[in-house]
Design a binder for this molecule. Structure first.
Ligand SMILES: NC(=O)c1ccc[n+]([C@@H]2O[C@H](COP(=O)([O-])OP(=O)(O)OC[C@H]3O[C@@H](n4cnc5c(N)ncnc54)[C@H](O)[C@@H]3O)[C@@H](O)[C@H]2O)c1
Length: 387
């Protein structure tokens, strides 16, 4: 089995020059993170709207930085080392393909793409380009999560993992009008965390979606999903985005029940463990990742740079990340059809759609995969810089 390989960036390019594409709400957060990182320097800002790009550069305290609407043109003018893609999900495919075709590695916001077939096309394109495509799954960069995972090893065989997520945010804007607001916009975070915690992949899911009578969302804002994971562990997610009172953290409230004991994590503080061999309270917290300093997107950025410097495969490398989006796609399909959905069937359908939409070498490579799961796990096997 081969771990992903990608071209590293030599040490004399220090700090790395990055172009940020997408200068909306999250783009501004990325610009601020880039500006405060010692590892990178801002080379340019791209947005479909030139005024948005310029205003974001100014708000980030970088009015002198070139901005524009065309990534290829700005890259030619600024000689960047990498692209950070913070566009809307529908633009993740074209922006990432454009960057890879320019020979530039990409750190992209979650989800990897708007749809699973698009994610498979990006996986193949990244492989063919020899450049790193990493998805920033920012909620993984959390010291308490790493501690929870560390403690989970003391529980023996994992049996049941649960997440409860109860919040009542009034966003306004696109989420209020989405078809599956909770599943599509938020649930990818805990689904990704469940894979990480269990070191397991989804096998099947049964999911129901519903909308409480008082919901201020057009689409279903509450959901319960039961996943069977490899090894037989069940992962159960119950969440609502219109649930005022006794709200959980944004990471949700977690419980892992294992053969020898249980651990609970409120998503913010250290996990509480009841097991024979639990570490004492106040034990050192494992670092988020080999290269990751800081949490959230700062951690993702640090790990991306570390990967480009050393060739270490990072968390969120595209092959490793795709199954988190597959969990969302399968849950949506189950909720829409009211039946248990097998992940391999969802992956096969996505592959057929990817083949129909792709051409050239990308199409050839996707066609050569013995199965999607094998293609993803074979390449994602080198595990990632948690340590
Ligand atoms: N990790 C997190 O916690 C978190 C939080 C919020 C958003 N996000 C993700 O960040 C991404 C952006 O979300 P947002 O809330 O900033 O959205 P937004 O709508 O506020 O901003 C997106 C920007 O991208 C620009 N854009 C769209 N297509 C483009 C293209 N082809 N080329 C250049 N620019 C383009 C738009 O003009 C807009 O300014 C999404 O993928 C979202 O899921 C992640």
């Amino acid at each position: 089995m081969t771990a992903p390989t990608f071209r590293t960036v030599s040490g004399d390019r220090r700090p790395l020059r990055v172009i940020v594409v997408g200068a909306g709400g999250m783009g501004r957060a990325w610009l601020s993170t880039v500006r405060s990182s010692p590892d990178v320097t801002l080379a340019g800002v791209v947005d479909l709207d030139p005024l948005v790009a310029r205003a974001a550069a100014e708000a980030a305290g970088a009015p002198e930085i070139p901005t524009g609407t065309d990534l290829t043109a700005l890259a030619a003018a600024t000689d960047p080392d990498a692209v950070i893609d913070v566009t809307v999900p529908a633009a993740h495919l074209p922006v990432t393909l454009e960057a890879l075709s320019l020979g530039l590695p990409v750190l992209g916001e979650k989800p990897v793409a708007e749809t699973l077939p698009e994610a498979l096309r990006l996986t193949a394109a990244a492989e063919l380009s020899g450049r790193l495509f990493m998805v920033s799954q920012s909620r993984r960069y959390n010291r308490q999560l790493f501690r929870f995972k560390d403690q989970a090893r003391r529980l023996g065989a994992p049996g049941i993992l649960t997440t409860e997520f109860f919040l009542a945010p009034r966003f306004g804007g696109f989420r209020d009008a989405m078809d599956h607001p909770l599943l599509l916009d938020m649930a990818i975070h805990p689904f990704d965390t469940a894979r990480f915690l269990l070191d397991a992949e989804p096998v099947s899911v049964y999911c129901q979606e519903y909308n409480p009578s008082w919901s201020w969302y057009r689409g279903d804002a509450a959901t319960t999903a039961i996943f069977e994971m490899t090894g037989g562990t069940r992962y159960i997610y119950t969440g609502s985005w219109c649930s005022p009172g006794l709200e959980t953290s944004w990471n949700g409230s977690w419980r892992l029940s294992g053969e020898l004991g249980s651990a609970c994590w409120n998503g913010d503080d250290p996990a509480v463990v009841e097991a024979p061999d639990a570490p004492p309270a106040g034990a050192p917290v494992p670092a988020p990742s080999a290269g990751g300093a800081g949490g959230g997107i700062a951690g993702a950025l640090a790990e991306f740079v570390h990967a480009l410097r050393t060739g270490t495969v990072p968390m969120g490398e595209v092959h490793e990340n795709v199954m988190s989006l597959a969990m969302v796609a399968a849950a949506v399909q189950s909720a829409s059809t009211d039946r248990r959905v097998v992940l391999d069937e969802v992956l096969d359908t996505a592959r057929a759609e990817a083949l129909a939409a792709a051409d050239g070498e990308v199409r050839e490579l996707i066609g050569s995969w013995s199965s999607v799961r094998d293609a993803l796990t074979a390449r994602a096997e080198n595990p990632v810089g948690h340590g």
